[in-house]
Write a new protein. Sequence first.
Length: 296
Amino acid sequence: MDTSLLRKVYVVTGATSGIGLAVAEALVKQDAAVIGVGRAPERCAQAKARLRSLQPDAQVTILVADLSIQAQVCSLAKNIRETLANWNMHKLDGLVNNAGTVPFWQTLTPEGFDMQWAVNHLAVFLLTHELLPLLELAPLARVVTVSSGSHYGAHLNWEDIQLRKSYNALSAYKQTKLANVLFTAELNRRLGAASAIRAFAADPGLVNTEIGFKSNSFIAHWIWDIRRRGGISAEESAKGIVFLLTEPSIQKSPEIYWKHGQPKAPNPYALNIDAARQLWELSEGMCGINRPEATR
């Protein structure tokens, strides 16, 4: 069976390590063009070199952007458009919203948002919005957002959505991962059944990555170092995400939440249409997006 993704192009955030890098590697091995995104220039250069070593002739780049800052998210989208033009490509076949963070102590971005809310949710919302015109040009396109089993049992605290009054790192993380699934469901509803774009939320499982070391707490580092040892490899987890990104047969699937290539029932709250609509409109306001179709 031909598994080549030649002439297809994908954007992967958080592509310098862990799941994101593993997804980028799998795509490059299948001849896809890949635009990765990372925050540290040195790590971006290292990831780019690693991907090029797999396919010397591949069209690969890793763009630098701090996704906690909305101005940089918008600049990133502009750079993605310019990269495609330089490659003589006019569309995107997929976007993997993978980047995430879990600070133990509440940290605010320069724009005044809680860091977890900004990176794990608002950046997903804004970057997808900015890239939709390119995704709409592909015959079949995918938006895959990496959520987590941590979203089970969670709900959104509408009175204090960023948990400014009662911050707890795990509660904040659970909220953002729930927001990922609500966003996915609402994006599909707004696009409609006739759209060439399909959105999925991926549960990566417990993965042995460095995400826990991004916390600003030594204790959190220590706990994660122990817990991650029971996790699967990033390469194994990436298989399920690449499946959601590339498998033609699931384009019209009604299932939105998947784990390792299999559909799974999400937290029932994630299927609440009113909550999804409210989150969408709140996110538009936080991202400064005002569109006529926003009230649909």
